[in-house]
Ligand binder design. Structure first.
Ligand code: LLP
Length: 443
């Protein structure tokens, strides 16, 4: 495969070779110059549902999930808990639930989505830094598999609620291993300045305290160091730190059933070279196999982006072309309200045409922007594209942290979502109506 996908020029122009980009996206193809998603032509999707439109490939979701199951199959006990925050559409959750996935949640809203989608609640891990007594009660009553505890005070609340309900709560403690994930600071979570987890130094006393609480059952140990990691070394470093603790805990008579290494494995948006799931597994398996033999520990993982990002695209129509002396603006019908990643993290996502041009002579350098009243409202800057009003563009990698981070800012109804499955397409979330914009409000 040729991954020479992008050319960057001295003036910051980014030219993406759409044909090369899609080589890494097995569910996307051009047929007769027209973009197809899992066998469905983009034209059919646009004519049927309009734009802006999120489109997800069921086949890609399943392939990405299966890569985890297969890559870690040398272990006896593996639970892949898909991180719901990446893409929480019920059709996505139900697809993964049927394939056997567990789920990583951070709110009772996500818990209810999992239940609604038919997910197995006993395979849910509940992460998050600020769980209230009410959240904990709902999760315990629903029967979640494990609370990933992020503060010592949370142990007291869980114990209290569990006692009240006459239950025992299964817990893991989330360790903050103080490892640099080498990713964007906003999505780095495993360093000592981050709000997440309990420090290595406090972990032993946290476990001893948990052990002393009657309605708590220690089942695991957990860490999650960040998101969009492209290298494997930070994961190995985090695992080493957690192993040190597991040994210490063992010496203190604290027995665990699983180790949870969180999510975070990155994806290719343009021409990044993230470690593959297979190589990620190869790097971790020797140590995990030792843990299996020595302590009978199972493995939990919480991938989100790696399963959903490259299973989805956002289709958006060019409404206005506005060349100026300084910059050329292509104003499209998606914006930071529908896809905030470029505005929030300055992340560079690929923008490709849904119709290939025979001739690139009309290529110009465009800032692809929305109509929201913010200068941060851009989807891509300095993109070499041949554009005409009415063209539809596809933003790839949009299956994760796309719709879930969308908002109604500037009173924009949120877009529709469609799932494609081997040539068939199905609406899985209606485009919001004007009435949806003020639902629950009154004058
Ligand atoms: N587990 C926990 C405890 C997490 O906090 C996260 C993500 C995950 C798993 C899944 O991480 P993933 O495999 O998706 O990297 N909105 C940002 C990403 C925020 C990630 C937050 N936590 C973005 O669009 O890049």
């Amino acid at each position: 495969m040729n991954f020479d996908v992008a050319s960057r020029y001295a003036d910051d122009t980014l030219h993406i070779d759409a044909n090369k980009l899609i080589q890494a996206l097995p569910f996307i193809d051009y047929h007769d110059g027209l973009l197809h998603i899992d066998g469905v032509s983009s034209k059919t999707l646009i004519d049927t549902y309009g734009t802006p439109l999120y489109v997800y490939s069921k086949h890609a979701l399943l392939a990405n999930y299966t890569a985890y199951v297969e890559s870690f199959s040398a272990l006896n006990d593996v639970q892949i808990c898909y991180a719901v925050k990446a893409n929480s559409n019920l059709a996505v959750l139900s697809t993964l639930a049927k394939a056997g996935a567990g789920f990583d949640i951070v709110s009772v809203g996500e818990l209810h989505r999992v239940i609604k989608a038919g997910g197995d609640v006993s395979r849910v891990v509940y992460s998050g830094v600020g769980k209230t007594a009410q959240d904990i009660q709902i999760a315990l009553q629903a029967g979640v598999g494990c609370f990933n505890v992020e503060a010592i005070s949370e142990l007291d609340v869980i114990n209290h609620v569990a006692k009240m309900l006459g239950k025992t709560a299964p817990i893991s403690i989330r360790i903050n291993p103080d490892v640099d994930a080498k990713t964007h600071p906003y999505i780095s979570t495993g360093m000592k300045d981050n709000k997440f987890g309990i420090t290595h130094q406090m972990a032993l006393s946290a476990y001893e305290y948990a052990k002393s609480l009657e309605n708590i059952k220690i089942v695991g140990i957990d860490c999650h160091i960040g998101s969009q990691l492209t290298e494997v070394q930070p994961f190995v470093d985090a695992l080493d730190k957690v192993i040190e603790l597991i040994e210490e805990l063992h010496d203190h008579g604290i027995r665990l059933q699983h180790i949870d290494l969180g999510g975070g494995l990155g994806v290719r948006y343009v021409d990044e070279n993230p470690v593959s799931v297979h190589d990620f597994a190869e790097a971790l398996l020797p140590k995990l196999l030792v843990l299996q033999t020595k302590y009978n520990l199972g493995l939990y993982l919480e991938p989100g982006r790696n399963i959903a990002a490259n299973a989805g695209v956002l289709l958006t129509t060019v409404d206005v072309l506005k060349p100026t002396e300084h910059r050329n603006f292509a104003i499209v019908d998606a914006s930071m309200s529908e896809l905030i990643r470029p505005a929030l993290y300055e992340s560079v996502m690929a923008i490709i045409p849904t119709k290939l041009n025979a001739d690139d002579a009309d290529m110009k350098v465009w800032d692809v922007v929305g109509t929201v009243c913010e200068s941060s409202d851009f989807l891509g800057k300095n993109r070499a594209l041949a554009l005409q009003v009415g063209d539809v563009l596809a933003i790839t990698g949009a299956g994760a942290y796309g719709f879930t981070m969308s908002s109604n800012y500037n009173s924009r109804p949120r877009p529709a979502e469609v799932m494609v499955d081997g040539g068939l397409h199905r609406l899985v979330r209606m485009r919001e109506s004007m009435e949806d914009l003020w639902r629950g409000e009154s004058v």
